[in-house]
Design a protein around this ligand. Structure first.
Ligand code: ADP
Length: 231
């Protein structure tokens, strides 16, 4: 009876392990397929984007909250620093969250336990027309010679001892999505010093608010007021 119970326990552990591996593999496959599909759409000019006026702080918070469970599990610190009173940006909300989630997942992936990650949104220093997002980590860093190449499709750089999964498509897609919305993306990093990924998005400009009032658009004069000499 004891043996039967032991066998049963062993069977249960094996099943758990196999189930976990199956889930992990199917997650990997799903992210590979979505990546390839997204990239196909970008390359053929079919990627859609529905820009509207959105709050950069709200987008940053959404991406931040989505990754919190993973951060807790990996035991790295993650904080959010959004300049108060930022202007609205003109961008696709879902796509922008996708870009931030990608940068944050990379940061978590390449930062060892007890490291730190900061997600920021600020006005572009010295510029008026863009808001700048950044994801800074204290992870393995990237040699300057690779700073351009990592944004190419299927490029993955060996990071020391760290063996981490991925497809090498994430940054290529993120950069294309940012460009599609009129922004730029780049990285600043030294090996062993962590990495900071930056991207910008255009501010929303309310053309109705700032437009000079044209005579045609001004309220039409009421003929009878003029007739009575009231205008
Ligand atoms: P993936 O993460 O799926 O490998 P990406 O296109 O997102 O693909 O990243 C490409 C490569 O850039 C990674 O394999 C890694 O070598 C490097 N990289 C990306 N983000 C970071 C980071 N925060 N720190 C260090 N290396 C990074």
């Amino acid at each position: 009876r004891l043996r039967a119970r032991r066998n049963f326990k062993k069977l249960k552990e094996d099943q758990d392990r196999m189930l976990k591996a199956a889930i992990l593999n199917s997650d990997r496959l799903e992210s590979l397929i979505t990546g390839i599909l997204d990239f196909g759409k970008i390359e053929s000019g079919q990627m859609t984007s529905y820009p509207k006026a959105i709050d950069p702080g709200k987008i940053a918070a959404e991406a931040f909250e989505g990754l919190r469970p993973w951060v807790l599990k990996k035991q790295v610190g993650m904080s959010l620093a959004v300049t108060p009173g930022l202007p609205l940006v003109y961008a696709d909300e879902g796509r922008t969250v996708q870009v931030l989630v990608n940068l944050l997942s990379n940061a978590i992936k390449f930062t060892p336990a007890s490291g730190k990650i900061v997600l920021s949104a600020v006005r572009v220093p010295g510029g008026e027309k863009f808001v700048q997002f950044s994801v800074k980590d204290t992870g393995s860093g990237i040699p300057p010679a690779e700073h351009k190449r990592i944004f190419e499709k299927f490029v993955q750089i060996a990071s020391g001892e760290m063996h981490v999964g991925g497809t090498g498509l994430g940054l290529a897609i993120a950069k294309a999505l940012v460009h599609l919305q009129g922004g730029k993306m780049w990285v600043e990093s030294e090996v062993g010093q962590g990495a900071t990924f930056f991207f910008t998005l255009p501010q929303f400009i309310d053309i109705n608010r700032d437009a000079p009032s044209s005579p045609e658009l001004a309220a039409p004069k009421v003929w009878w007021k003029q007739f009575l000499g009231l205008d």
